[in-house]
Ligand binder design. Structure first.
Ligand code: FAD
Length: 521
């Protein structure tokens, strides 16, 4: 007998576990998430939240709140660039303004907000949507059988243990996932290429910013290679250091034997200021040790257990993809688990989690690695390295199904497997995005001349005509953006990806049944 019965047990309540709980709640599934730590993240870590993640946040009603909070923490729209030192020479500008040239493709913008500020917002919304979050709780063992997973959890304060019975379990337990290990799932890839540190410091660096709006500042000089992120009002931030020493023969283990004194030297070497003087007083607050890797789990699933986030893929923090990719995993698995648990879809739907997310994640891992090599570690060499893709093609252009794992989102035009494009529409006198029509059900969007589709009743599909029936398409942009004629239609999944596109209602019923892995008579 188990003490607790839940539909889904999530192990790990950090960025990805919390997002999974939130998204399951959004789809009507009250999950239990257990987290070893006593609360949400205390270290800033991830901060670049990309457009796709903001679109997901928009669909669960927290986009505006996240944007407001991000503005309190960082000047938005900053640059990603490289310097020899913050006070000294500028070396490269990779992105001059974080949202330049991408505002047209989404109703959302990229923002900077640290995990320590974001996670409480996710936690609040997840709880509102019915998720149960237990901090200071470890999942200490589990077994699975044909019908579910039985796990033992332990309260760290009292030492009391309880047994949880869940239909499914999501392992969002981070890069050292004990669940992944226990399942015997190997990580494949490039292995460890640096023992890095993140040095959190306080220092009045506003004068060194010289009025520049900088989101990520890479530092490349003879002492170290790494990057700064500095928060408003420019009195605190962190310096991540990956390598030190001669660029031709770098020392990649920065972590072992690191002293506070050495940390001070690194921060000064990156600021371009003199240690031991009053020029810019630096106070070290904390140091975090971590390894740079670019690896992916050989499988994302074992029976009723699904790996998500860093448990499934680990990448260097170049491009700001790690946490975002984990949230995209959560977005992919949540609606599938919900439909299977509600009996609307067959269990076969769950197999598509790995077949969709693994290639998309593998591509992203390699792109993060390519950025790491070109921006911070040229000594690793470019042999076997993927050419750099545009950031947009990674964050909004990742796609599912046979063929490419990514596409330019301006060119995908409603092709099945790609993210449904953003088009501004009007409803009840208000400007809305096509994306605002998705998020809960499958939605069939028909062109303005597609009246016949509305008669083709399909249980579980919401039918909408764009450019008619109260949804105006002022620029008549919808059919072209979605690659259909004015009488065609496109079927969009609850996660905003295009499932199917066609010109005849007759094909829809069979296509829909096959998408849900349901038996048809
Ligand atoms: C310096 C730095 C900067 C970064 N910047 C960015 C960025 O700008 N954008 C971005 O997208 N990503 C960034 N990342 C990557 C991002 O931080 C990670 O990808 C993300 O935090 C992964 O989240 P997660 O929830 O999968 O794993 P984790 O954050 O590792 O969380 C796993 C959680 O599981 C818990 N846990 C583990 N085992 C158990 C158990 N048995 N029982 C209960 N709880 C358990 C742990 O306590 C932990 O809290 C950065 C990383 C670093 C190091």
């Amino acid at each position: 007998m188990s003490d607790l019965e839940v539909p889904v047990l999530i192990v790990g309540g950090s960025l990805v576990g919390m997002s999974t709980a939130l998204l399951l709640g959004h789809h009507g599934i009250r999950a239990l998430a257990v987290e070893h730590h006593r609360g949400t993240a205390i270290h800033p870590r991830a901060a670049l939240i990309n457009q796709r993640t903001m679109e997901i946040f928009r669909s669960v009603g927290i986009e505006r709140m996240v944007r407001e909070k991000s503005g309190e923490q960082f000047d938005q729209d900053g640059a990603i660039m490289a310097v020899e030192t913050l006070a000294g020479k500028e070396l490269a500008w990779y992105i001059a303004n974080l949202n330049e040239g991408v505002r047209d493709v989404s109703p959302c913008t990229r923002v900077f907000i640290t995990q320590s500020v974001l996670e409480p917002l996710l936690q609040k919304r997840a709880a509102e949507l019915g998720a149960e979050l237990r901090f200071a709780t470890d999942m200490i063992s589990f077994e699975q059988d044909a019908d579910g997973v039985t796990a033992v959890i332990r309260d760290r304060e009292t030492g009391n243990t309880r047994t949880v019975r869940a239909r499914y379990m999501v392992a969002a337990d981070g890069s050292r996932s004990s669940i992944r290990e226990r399942l015997g799932i190997r990580m494949l890839g490039r292995g460890v290429f640096s023992n890095s540190v993140t040095i959190y410091f306080r220092a009045p660096v506003a004068p060194l910013m010289r009025g520049r709006n900088l989101s990520v500042i890479m530092v490349v000089n003879p002492t170290l290679r790494g990057f700064f992120r500095i928060e408003k009002p420019y009195e605190s931030g962190f310096l991540a250091v990956h390598t030190i020493g001669d660029p031709a023969h770098p020392e990649t283990n920065v972590s072992t034997g690191l002293t506070d004194e050495r940390c001070l030297e690194y921060v000064h070497a990156a600021l371009g200021t003199e240690p031991g003087t009053d020029e810019v007083p630096v106070k070290i607050e904390n140091v975090m040790h971590w390894q740079s890797t670019a690896d992916i789990a050989e499988r994302f699933r074992e029976g009723r257990v699904f790996l998500a986030g860093d448990a499934a893929h680990v990448m260097p923090p170049y491009g700001g993809f790690g946490g975002n990719t984990g949230i995209h995993d959560a977005d992919n698995i949540a609606w599938k688990l919900a439909l299977v648990l509600k009996g609307i879809a067959g269990p076969g739907l769950l197999s598509t989690y790995e077949s969709e997310r693994r290639p998309a994640s593998a591509f992203t891992v390699e792109q993060a690695y390519s950025r790491y090599v070109t921006r911070a570690a040229s000594y690793l060499g470019t042999s076997g390295m993927q050419p750099l893709e545009d950031d947009l093609n990674i964050e909004l252009g990742y796609c599912y199904g046979p063929g490419r794992a990514h596409e330019n989102p301006r060119e995908s035009k409603g092709r099945p497997g790609t993210r449904a494009p953003h088009v501004w529409l009007e409803r009840d006198g208000e400007r809305i995005s096509t994306l605002d029509l998705f998020g809960h059900n499958f939605v069939l969007l028909a062109g303005p001349e597609g009246r016949a589709w509305l008669d083709s009743a399909n249980a579980g599909v919401e039918m909408l005509r764009i450019g008619a029936d109260g949804i105006a398409d002022p620029e008549n942009a919808f059919p072209g953006a979605y690659g259909i004629t004015p009488s065609g239609a496109v079927l969009v999944r609850p996660d905003g990806f295009v499932a199917w596109r066609g010109e005849s209602a007759q094909d829809l019923t069979a296509a829909f049944a096959s998408l849900l892995c349901r038996e048809t008579n």
